[in-house]
Design a protein around this ligand. Sequence first.
Ligand code: NDP
Ligand code: MG
Length: 391
Amino acid sequence: MQGICLLGATGSIGQSTLEIIAQHPDKFNLVCASAHSSVDKMADICQRFKPNRVVMGTLEARDELARKCQGLDISFEWGEDALADIAADDDVDQVMAAIMGFAGLKPTLSGIRAKKRILLANKESLVTAGQLFMDEVAHHDVLLLPIDSEHNAIFQSLPQHAQGAHKKHVEKLLLTASGGPFRSWSLEEMRHVTPEQACKHPNWSMGQKISIDSASLMNKGLELIEACWLFGVTPAEVDVVVHPESIVHSMASYVDGTVIAQMGNPDMKIPIAYGMTWPERITTAVPALDLVSVAQLNFEAPDLERFPNLQLASDAWYAGGTAMATLNAANEVSVAAFLEKKIGFLDIATINRAVLNQLDRHAVTSLEVVFEADHLARQATANIINKKGWL
Ligand code: NDP
Ligand code: MG
């Protein structure tokens, strides 16, 4: 029986993880869970799964949840320290890192330091603190399993028997991208899109922030950086391939001309279950892929002019140091502003670029440096957005 700490239980990845836990009660036990402010959703989770400890983002949310769950033998807690603490709980074997954004960094690191198996959905933590993050993983000899579907696919496509051997035999990683809802739209058409349109992903059902990131291709940019850290490569060794059907989740291209791909219906329960049971596999209740009804798989090159965020991510990687934390923070703030209809869709990339160019980058020598870069970039982005007459 594996004890699970589910960080971000009320989110999209959180819900899919709960489905896998519910399907396999003999294998998994929800020990700890967290949410930020979704009290009602968390109350349902408490009734259904009866975890030992639950952490909410604020004291008010904690108190309201405790009131709604009277009679249940659960420790209701709140705040950052409690969040880091549940990731290191003695009864936890695996930490599912599924908080949205930079807020996921500290609790994920806490799980790493406590030597838990880390199931990494929260790409922003790896993007912002990459070297430190990977150093901690190596230092604590932790099993880090990518949950992001593309990275999970690459993990599955690399030779499992010989750790590190892929460096010698793999020439390129092929990172697929659906292209999002505006794949074939002109810049002029994209200028006036609403958050509702941008959130409507053609293939995946996801949280708001990642849905906007998918539409702007920033998600692919973050994933490019994520792939570089996870698999020890540079952007030059990763080709982004637009594949609108989201059936091929990514690939590894070998020196002999072989390409190994992982395919499946677009449902996050597949990579989640794989991460939770690797090197075994379990059932997920996701329908098997019916290639005859899929009929066609299409591939095309990404358009960096219409989707400049992808180029920005590569630039930030080569700039190095805190540039990646700066870009991530700028993007989190500009996406939130777009969701609040303070800026237009195309402004997201324009603002991201302005902040990336404006701020100095520093070597990432400590976690404090990353937090400082994040803080400064959030301020700089807010300043740009609040400047009168931006729109
Ligand atoms: P959601 O927005 O659906 O859920 C986010 C979760 O994080 C919720 O439980 C939310 O709580 C919690 N949360 C939000 N802000 C904070 C905060 N400041 N502190 C603590 N907890 C917080 O996101 P997704 O599930 O879509 O994505 C989660 C992560 O997984 C992201 O990093 C995303 O990039 C990554 N990912 C997601 C995929 C997907 O298919 N959805 C695919 C691949 C990666 P509350 O409900 O209370 O707000
Ligand atoms: Mg992905």
